[in-house]
Each structure stands twice: as C-alpha cells, then as structure tokens.
Design a protein. Sequence first.
Length: 228
Amino acid sequence: MWRNLFNIFKQDNLFTQALHESHEMLDLDLRMIEASVESLRRSDDGSISIDILGMDKRINRFERDVRQKVLTHLAVSGPSDLSSGMVLVSIIIDIERIGDYAKNIHDLARLHPSRLTGGAVEKDLACVEAQTLELFRDTVHAFRENDVEKARSVMVGYKEGLSAACEGIVAAIVEARAGDLDPGTSAAVALYARYLKRIGGHSRNIVTSVVNPFHRLGYKEKKPKKTL
C-alpha cells in the first residue's frame, strides 16, 4: 500500500506537499515527546524547553491542511487514488494523537513538578520509557523511508514488549505492589505508563501502513497462505 502511495506522491504536487507535512508532524511529535519526558523525569519544577502548546497547534493545522490537500487531489483525479488518500488521512490521525499524549505528559509534569520516579517499578518504567522513544524514532524512519523490515520490527516490539510492560506497571500500582509510592506519585506513574503505551500504540498504527493494505491499517500483518 505505502509503495503505491509513495509513487503517487512523486507524481502529484499536492500529495507531495501532504507527505512532507506529515513528516513535519512526526518531527514535531518527536521533539514534544523528548521535551515532555525530560520535563517530567529530569526536572524538579516541571519546566520545558519548547513551546509545546504552539507546536501542538501547528500539528493540528497540518492535520487540517493534509486533509484538504488529499480531498482536493481526489476531487480532481477521481477514485483511482482513493485508497492511497484514505491511508494518509488515517495515518495523520495517529500522528496528531501522539502529539496530544506528549502534551499530556507535560501536563503531568506541571501537576507533579518534582521529578517523577517509579519507586519499586522504576526499573520497568525506565525500560518502557526508553523503548517507547526507540519505537517512535524507528516509526519516523520506517514511514519516511518506506522501510518494511523496520516497520515490522516496530509492530513486533509494541505487541510483544511495550504493551505488556506498561500493563504490568499499572497492575503493580493498582494491586499495591508498589507500596513505597505516595498516592499522588502512584497516580502519576500509572498515567505516565498509560501515555507511553498509547504513544507506542499509535506508532504501531502508523507503521502498519508500510506493510498492510488500507483495510488492515492498525492490525497485524496477514501472512500469505502457504500453498501445497
């Protein structure tokens, strides 16, 4: 699917612009995630080094602009490119949501201004945090470069590692197995783990466009049936 879309982008100026804007959205997301994590986990006053609200508004403007460009192209070109246009419009929803979760992490940093540590679950939390950042960076690469193997790696990494680890942290807190945390910190750690899981989930959705047709966006790759 993405290979067809990639070829269309090379031929049509509006789609080229839409693709470039989706890349800019991903770049903004990455900067927002990195700065928000720094604010929550390394700062004692919840400060942040970027204008995160301004960047979030830019992402929202890009989302609307991409939709408009895709719609205009399809209105002119007819139904032949409909599937490819729907892929991009679907993908930018996930890109926009990642920006929202980055903003949520910074909101958490403001509500919990001292640097957040996970106590008994800190080791697991740090691993989840590092894996989320790695998966998203790999997502940006796979999407930009149409890298099928990298996309598959992101899909497997989320399903087999990140998702379960995040749920394990939340379960430990709810089941009172992280007893060294005060109530406010416990809530913050659980929310942070959930935000990281959702960033990972939306990252996975984005890279499914590299390996799947439109109707399987957000789902695992369907392997071809073996013939006798």
